[in-house]
Design a protein around this ligand. Structure first.
Ligand code: PHE
Length: 457
């Protein structure tokens, strides 16, 4: 334990525990729900290619920047910026992260609630009856449009999150991730094999991997940037906070690279599960936020023991979402505990309740309440939150951390933190260049382009 670390501050037991927890934060609905939905709305291949470029050129450099800041300061985002900058202005960058995390949690828990709804349906035999594309769509709309279910399920999901985060970093978080994440990966591989062998699967492959430049608009570029950050849990301090629970001995270069590799691999794998099945069932790739939920039952329908696969899929997806919501809540909790002197227990319950209030409009925005459900920028209230916080706020947060590490704290200090006691960061000079120049110019460039073209979503 380092000297600045307050004695009661939690920390990860092992490096593996940290990698699993961070991978758990990164891997979630962002990979399985958001990636296909964004790719589907943004024309497929063009989006995927730009997303991959952003993961490498911005995501990975920002990941290391956050890990360095978090571990060096051993604090929540606000405290970390304060300690390392010694200024009163920079902590606001951390504050923006805390606010963003809280706002993401509010809509994320609604979608996570749908996952629970599907799990209950799978368990109670809804998928025993044959289900086609139209039936699947009706099932989805019935679930999300029902105010009681939508609100109740997101409340339930928030409650689960609160119960896990109450226990602190080490208990629960590490243990759950250790067994379940590998299992999830295995299940996705099996589902991809089935999906890719369906009639018409090649259309799905073409959609994902054929790059058509004419499809690229400002909206596609910001969506791809936002997705790269969202999926890696970057731009709002989640990875920073997890890094702050890490001891100086651990190998950050390997830990960071492992997380990025698994997260991106799982997003692409999810694409291979969903798009072949989608085209095979005759569904529309641009269907919006319901995409995955409508497609998956048609895939289970086409499998032997489909109900069992369905139960496993929704259970593991709910758990993957839980390891992500845990990290979102943890950021806000860490801020209240470190900076405001709150007790962990009070912080967790208060935030859980406040987040529930904020989740209600998103839960009602899928058909239950008309004015929340359509006509807003991006579509529904949930879409708007997703774009505002999931794309714009994260891009802005990434810009700030790059400016901070590149120009204020300094890439040399960050690098010595990353490399610690003898763990080399390959291409360290390139990393510094990306953080100092490429990321800021790219993010500002994308934002300016959007302002000029007006293609915001
Ligand atoms: N990365 C998570 C996912 O893909 C979502 C998330 C975003 C978690 C930002 C923490 C911070 O589901």
């Amino acid at each position: 334990m380092s000297q600045q670390q307050a004695p009661e501050r939690g920390h990860f037991g092992t490096a593996l525990g940290f990698v699993l927890a961070s991978a758990g934060s990164a891997i979630g609905l962002g990979n399985i729900w958001r990636f296909p939905y964004m790719a589907g709305e943004s024309g497929g291949g063009a989006f995927v290619l730009i997303y991959l470029v952003f993961v490498l050129a911005i995501g990975v450099p920002v990941l290391f920047a956050e890990l360095a800041v978090g571990r060096a300061a051993q604090r929540n985002p606000v405290g970390a910026y304060r300690i390392l900058s010694g200024s009163r202005i920079w902590p606001w960058a951390g504050g923006l992260g805390v606010l963003t995390g809280f706002s993401i949690l509010a809509f994320y828990s609604v979608v996570a609630g749908w996952t629970l709804g599907y799990l209950f349906r799978a368990l109670t035999g809804a998928f025993h009856e044959p289900i086609d594309a139209a039936g699947s769509e009706a099932l989805f709309l019935g679930l999300i449009g029902d105010p009681l279910q939508a609100i109740g399920l997101s409340a339930l999901f928030l409650l689960l999150t609160v119960l896990v985060v109450r226990g602190g970093v080490q208990r629960g978080i590490e243990r759950a991730a250790r067994v379940l994440m590998p299992l999830f990966l295995l299940l996705l591989v099996l589902l991809a094999v089935r999906s890719l062998t369906l009639p018409g699967a090649s259309e799905g492959l073409a959609f994902l991997f054929v790059f058509d430049f004419s499809e690229v608009t400002g909206g596609v570029v910001i969506a791809a940037l936002g997705q790269a950050l969202f999926s890696l849990s970057l731009g709002m301090g989640a990875i920073l906070t997890y890094g702050s629970y890490l001891s100086k001995r651990e190998n950050l270069p390997v830990a960071g690279a492992t997380v990025a590799l698994f997260d991106t691999g799982i997003a692409l794998l999810a694409g291979l599960v969903i798009f072949p099945a989608l085209f095979s069932a005759g569904l529309e790739p641009g269907a919006g936020a319901g995409l995955v939920f409508v497609v998956m039952p048609t895939l289970f329908e086409a499998m032997p023991a489909g109900t069992l696969f369905g139960i496993a899929f929704y259970a593991l997806l709910a758990i993957a979402a839980l390891t992500s919501t845990m990290s979102l809540l943890e950021v806000v909790v860490a801020w209240l505990v470190d900076e405001r002197g709150w007790g962990r227990e009070t912080a967790v319950w208060t935030l859980g309740a406040a987040c529930f209030v904020l989740a209600v409009p998103s839960a009602l925005s899928q058909g239950a309440v008309g004015f929340l459900s359509e006509g807003l920028p991006g579509g529904s209230w949930l879409d708007l939150q997703n774009i505002l916080f999931g794309n714009y706020a994260l891009a802005f947060g990434a810009l700030l951390i790059c400016l901070f590490v590149g120009w204020r704290w300094g890439t040399a200090s960050a690098l010595s933190e990353i490399e610690g006691v003898g763990h080399r960061l390959p291409a360290a000079a390139l990393w510094g260049f990306l953080v100092r120049y490429v990321c800021p110019v790219a993010v500002v460039g994308v934002m300016a382009y959007l302002l000029i073209t007006g293609q915001y979503d």
